[in-house]
Design a protein around this ligand. Sequence first.
Ligand SMILES: Cc1cc2nc3c(=O)[nH]c(=O)nc-3n(C[C@H](O)[C@H](O)[C@H](O)COP(=O)(O)OP(=O)(O)OC[C@H]3O[C@@H](n4cnc5c(N)ncnc54)[C@H](O)[C@@H]3O)c2cc1C
Length: 303
Amino acid sequence: MNYTSLAGELQSLVKGTVLVKEPMKKHTTWRIGGNADLFINPADKEDVRQAVEFARNNQIPLTVIGNGSNLLVKDGGIRGMVLKVGRGLAGISLEGTTLKAGAGALLPELAAAARQAGVGGFEFAAGIPGSLGGAVLMNAGAINGCVADVLVSVVALDEENRFIILPKDELNFSYRSSILQGKPIVCLETIWQGFPKKSETIKEETQQYLSKRKAAQPQGYPTAGSVFKNPDGDYAGRLIEACACKGLRVGDAEVSQKHANWIVNLGQATAQDVLTLIEKIKRQVQERFGTTLHLEVRVLGED
Ligand SMILES: Cc1cc2nc3c(=O)[nH]c(=O)nc-3n(C[C@H](O)[C@H](O)[C@H](O)COP(=O)(O)OP(=O)(O)OC[C@H]3O[C@@H](n4cnc5c(N)ncnc54)[C@H](O)[C@@H]3O)c2cc1C
């Protein structure tokens, strides 16, 4: 496919930016990933609709991303179009204790809007750097709550390019999982329900929670947060640490000294470095504890 001419065609249809051979390392918090053939940063919902239709009409494979904070993009990059739901769809509005927000808004922005309005239930969101679309896909959460606790519904575009409303009950949420994972669907808008709570109390609790997170998590290096899901009744970090994997390194990818379930990019780590390290960790945990670790991060693209 001639992506340069396709990019020109798509650019004439949308207000947002269309790019060719865009390095995905610019769009992942791990700062890792090869090029996307075609990349669009939509300016609004209508741009998303145009891009999805364009991809379908031209048989271009479509990958949707949010803030790239749970992604490992392989070194060969992503074939076809990457659609980033970001700042063009990031508005947040409030009515009583109900919040409505674009899927490109970030969890800490949602938490801040709720805090300022005296709406509780969103304290967990303050420290997680994902977009709301990505958060719904992942049922993102922490010790003090998760998406499934406060989400009401999602407005999405389905593969036929129709706007659909998905109530929470249809999303089959479980630990870091929703029915939307792997589905050709674009989350556009989210509705949330909190409860009245004093802003001052929310502020204090959030500060305490954020400083606990800061103390437990590596700072200063690109990461994607927890690499593996916690196995039932245990912690991936505990198992990995017990296998003496802290500090284990492949290329510039290193198991964090501070939190064994995090892999940090010391500078020039490749996706292959991270994947090799992941395999080493899995093997050691399997051999020592008989436990199979499953990835929380989502792997996209080609070798
Ligand atoms: C420092 C750090 C701390 C973290 N702490 C936590 C934590 O405490 N708890 C936790 O749960 N996670 C945590 N994470 C992981 C991550 O922030 C969450 O998984 C987050 O919800 C991912 O959102 P995102 O927008 O970055 O999604 P992405 O990483 O961009 O994508 C994740 C998945 O969602 C899909 N997707 C994204 N947006 C859309 C959309 N609009 N429509 C359809 N599909 C979409 C993608 O295709 C992909 O499959 C952390 C990450 C980092 C870097």
